[in-house]
Ligand binder design. Structure first.
Ligand code: NDP
Length: 286
């Protein structure tokens, strides 16, 4: 017998069942990553990609529950919807207003967490040795990904995080959600900060369409690190722009993807997988 529409798992199969939902979902690497983590511990599991469009998450969660699913990763454009639908939120998800990791509690309660922030911070700090303390960070975007990472960036004690978003009220709303003493300001879209930041994080969806944020190359100093949350088989447009305009370092979001998945794996399985080999495996396209 198959599960509910969209979820193809055979309910007679007793392996724990996980999925990633979003749109577009065809190219998601989450199944490969979670299977690689599971193999590190000899855990057998099912992990599927399921296409779910904006507005469709409640029905997808109901179908997943019926298919006896254990945990669901949520990606573009559903993270804020996931947050609204969950009954309980981990503190970092509560602060973010967006969730990327869902599961059912013992009594069936829909629980939510957001592992994007810890994923970004671990990639910057542990994988690339970039200290965030006392740094000035420019965060581009105020969508689900930006919401997820702002609390974690602030926890790393930067001097200032400047949030700039095409729709300025969304940036202002996001900044207002942070604790009053948090060093956060907003900047209208298309304006350069007064001084080049130490780190620029591109959390917009622009690279998906091969478009650049409207920044002048004067925002880049020889010490500036640029980080694009998007990733691909070749350098994203933002990474290529940063490299060709003299940034100290330009990184894509593959490491963040693996690190946020590792944190979700920890939540679901209480095991901490090794991430380095999985990042290298994905980087080499295997
Ligand atoms: P959302 O749809 O929630 O937000 C999109 C953001 O991009 C908003 O800030 C939006 O601004 C902005 N934006 C979209 N189009 C334009 C445009 N033409 N010009 C200027 N700004 C634009 O998406 P997410 O926040 O979930 O994802 C953003 C990106 O981050 C995606 O590329 C996603 O793949 C990547 N990501 C990577 C992760 C990783 O692990 N590496 C994890 C999470 C996300 P506005 O508010 O004005 O609409």
């Amino acid at each position: 017998m198959t599960g509910s529409p969209g979820f193809s798992r055979d309910v007679a199969d007793n392996k724990p069942y996980f999925c990633v939902v979003g749109s577009p979902i065809r190219h998601s690497k989450s199944p490969v990553i979670h299977q690689a983590f599971a193999a590190q511990f000899g855990i057998g599991l099912i992990y599927e990609r399921v296409e779910v469009r904006a507005g469709g998450l409640a029905a997808a969660i109901a179908a997943f529950r019926e298919a006896r699913g254990s945990g669901m990763n949520v990606t573009v454009p559903l993270k804020e919807e996931a947050w609204r639908l969950a009954a309980e939120h981990a503190p970092r998800a509560a602060l973010a207003g967006a969730a990327n990791t869902l599961w059912f509690g013992r009594d069936g309660t829909l629980m939510a967490d957001n592992t994007d922030g810890v994923g970004l911070v671990r990639d910057l700090q542990s994988n690339h040795g970039i200290d965030l303390r006392d740094r000035r960070i420019l965060l581009l975007g105020a969508g689900g990904a930006a919401r997820g990472v702002l609390p974690a960036l602030l926890e790393a004690r930067p001097a200032l995080v400047t949030v700039s978003n095409r729709t300025l009220p969304r940036a202002q709303q996001l900044a207002a959600m942070m604790p009053a003493e948090a060093p956060v300001e907003t900047l209208p879209w298309g304006k350069d900060p007064a001084e080049p930041p130490d780190i620029i994080v591109n959390a917009t969806a622009l690279s998906l369409n091969e478009e650049l944020p409207p920044l002048s190359s004067r925002v880049l100093a020889p010490y500036t690190v640029c980080y694009d949350m998007m990733y691909g088989t070749r350098a994203t447009v933002f990474v290529a722009w940063a490299r060709s305009h003299g940034a100290r370092l330009a990184l894509d979001g593959l490491g963040m993807l693996v690190e946020q998945a590792a944190e979700a794996f920890w939540i679901w399985h209480a095991r901490r997988p090794q991430t380095g080999a999985v990042i290298a495996q994905l980087r080499s396209g295997v």
